[in-house]
Design a protein around this ligand. Structure first.
Ligand code: CA
Length: 229
């Protein structure tokens, strides 16, 4: 039986969530404030956490951040305000999903089930969960394919992500544009090495504070690029 932790200070909402989840054969624990919620989440073995944003003691942002430092389990965040959802996304806290109040209990149950089965597939496949590369303020989550800079999530295309990840995994090594093109785009791909230059430029715009003085991807004139650690 899957164990769900609900961290929610509004008793009526917590009860409703609990009732519906128990009807769907989940085992449910409720914590009414931030501190006990985080403590339970870290010390007990839950399969998923439903986390309210506004809580007494410690808010949902902080709980999610601290929980993510130690656990990979799905976190479903609940908020009364649509604006908060943008904030959750922007902070790159690693929440798996967001739902705004009021929501229908059956929608909540459906989302819980979807996240549990997705998570179980990942664990079952033996995939390493949330393999993360962190260099100074840059964080590359290889599992979720997400990139954040100083906690702010950035949108990356597939190739931009692959290129950045390749360079970050092979730091202090100078790669020519030809080598990078072969590794990321494969030989048979349409395009040319100018594609590499364009992608490097786009990546820098997303991760560098000052693109004219890059701190992560250095240009080695006449040779190629090098990721600095
Ligand atoms: Ca609340």
């Amino acid at each position: 039986m899957n164990k769900i932790l609900i961290i929610e200070d509004e008793e009526a909402i917590a009860d409703l969530e609990k009732d519906y989840l128990e009807l769907s054969d989940f085992s449910v624990k409720v914590c009414p404030d931030g501190e006990t919620g985080l403590k339970s989440a870290l010390s007990e073995d839950f399969d998923l956490v439903i986390l309210d944003l506004m809580l007494p003691g410690m808010d949902g942002f902080e709980i999610c951040r601290r929980l993510r430092e130690e656990k990979d389990i799905p976190v479903l965040m609940v908020s009364a305000k649509k604006d908060d959802i943008d904030k959750i996304r922007g902070l790159g806290l690693g929440a798996d999903d967001y739902i705004t109040k009021p929501f229908s209990p059956s929608e909540l149950v459906a989302r819980v089930k979807a996240h549990l089965s997705r998570y179980e597939r990942l664990v079952g496949s033996g995939a390493k969960l949330n393999e993360v590369i962190e260099i100074r303020g840059l964080k590359i989550d290889k599992t979720a394919r997400r990139v954040s800079v100083d906690g702010v999530e950035k949108n990356f295309t597939t190739k931009e992500f692959d290129l950045l990840t390749f360079l970050a995994e092979n730091p202090n090594h100078v790669y020519s544009k030809e080598e990078l093109f072969r590794k990321i785009w494969n030989m048979d791909s349409v395009g040319d090495i100018a594609t590499v230059t364009v992608h490097i430029k786009k990546i820098r715009e997303k991760i560098e504070a000052d693109t004219s003085n890059p701190q992560y991807i250095e240009t080695i004139w006449g040779v190629g690029y090098r990721f600095r650690v």
